[in-house]
Design a protein around this ligand. Structure first.
Ligand code: ATP
Ligand code: LTN
Length: 331
């Protein structure tokens, strides 16, 4: 048994990953995998809470695996797996749903947002989504969960459910801590900078996909929505500029403070061009690595198969403990 602490995180294969996934999740995964025993999951069970074309879901699952590798996930040291190949996730979710209050689930901001955005598809899966996410984490006894800050509330629910179960029976689950990056934890839409950049946004100009070529990235950033002012700074009504400052910061390593000082009196034209060039240069090597991995389907499948097997071992052990504690007859 490894002495290292454990992390688990996941991304839904509901589209091509964006620069938000890189800064909010994958960059941290890459750094943390050296220090932690790491489980990185393709959350396909979660993805079907939104309507998906089966062919797209299959293809995006492979895309996501290839993107994990392109962003530096090392399958020799980290476990990379597909959620639907580990039955314990759905099994534990059933048990934990009986420990979750209706109001507790209905209170989740992401549930409320998604219900409002797609009122014709408010399904029960959308409501129980955070319970499944809690189970993803608890099955692996994860100590920390590297996510973007939109997932903070789901982490709180995870901690509450774990504590409730531990208290009702006896110590079963490790209580996980969120691990949220300081810069880049929430990249906003380029067209509507008060909303999170999302891979399933129907407006492609709002999103920088990790597969976009340099010209596309540059065009999207140059056309991004800002404000009618001219000062490169943060503040009320300046969410567009603030987002570009964040993008420049994650792409160059400069702090927001340094960037604001550097562009004093410059106006938006030069600033936008510089952000565009810097982001394009930041994404280019990832895109090229992605292409290389995506062409080798056999390699991707073999990595996932090995990961599924490793994940199943750990998850089944926790599930068995839970089944025993709740009183399912053992024989
Ligand atoms: P979508 O991009 O379709 O809205 P999502 O964000 O709801 O999807 P995932 O794609 O599963 O869900 O997100 C996985 C991880 O990436 C989470 O840790 C999430 O916080 C992070 N993430 C996603 N989008 C962003 C973003 N715009 N900025 C920062 N982090 C992000
Ligand atoms: N709900 C997450 C994706 C996700 C996840 C997880 C993240 C599913 N299971 C377990 C961390 C740990 C999202 O970002 N939308």
């Amino acid at each position: 048994m490894s002495e290292k602490k454990r992390i688990l995180s996941g991304i839904q294969p509901s589209g091509v990953l964006t620069i938000g996934h890189l800064t909010g999740a994958l960059t941290n995964w890459n750094k943390m995998q050296k220090e932690f025993e790491s489980f990185f999951m393709i959350a396909d069970l979660h993805a079907i809470t939104q309507k998906q074309e089966p062919a797209n879901l299959r293809s995006w699952t492979l895309d996501t695996a290839a993107m994990f590798l392109a962003c530096g996930i090392d399958p020799e040291t980290s476990v990379m797996f597909t959620q639907s190949h580990v039955p314990a996730h759905a099994q534990l979710a059933w048990v934990m749903s009986s420990f979750t209050g209706m109001g507790e689930a209905e209170r989740m901001t992401q549930f409320k947002d998604k219900s409002k955005k797609k009122p014709d598809n408010v399904n029960v899966g959308l409501l129980s989504y955070p319970i499944l996410m809690a189970c993803d984490i608890l099955l692996y006894q994860a100590d920390a969960v590297p996510v973007g800050d939109d997932q903070k509330q789901h982490l709180e629910l995870t901690r509450n459910l774990a504590q409730r179960f531990n208290h009702h029976y006896s110590d079963t689950f490790v209580i996980p801590d969120p691990y949220i990056p300081e810069v880049g934890a929430r990249i906003m839409s380029l067209q509507e900078p008060t909303a999170k950049m999302s891979k399933s946004d129907p407006n492609q100009n709002a999103v920088i996909f990790l597969t976009d070529d340099n010209d596309t990235i540059i065009r999207k950033i140059k056309r991004s929505v800002t404000d009618s002012g001219s000062e490169v700074n943060v503040g009320e009504g300046k969410e567009g500029i603030e987002n570009l400052i964040t993008l420049l910061s994650v792409s160059t390593g400069k702090s927001a403070k340094e960037i604001i000082a550097e562009y004093e009196g410059e106006g938006y034209g030069k600033f936008k061009s510089d952000v565009a060039e810097a982001v394009a240069a930041y994404i280019a090597p990832i895109r090229e690595e992605f292409k290389r991995y995506r062409e080798d389907k056999d390699l991707l499948i073999n990595i996932l198969k090995k990961g599924d097997e490793q994940a199943n071992k750990v998850a089944f052990k926790t599930l068995s403990k839970v089944y025993k504690k709740v009183g399912f007859l053992q024989y």
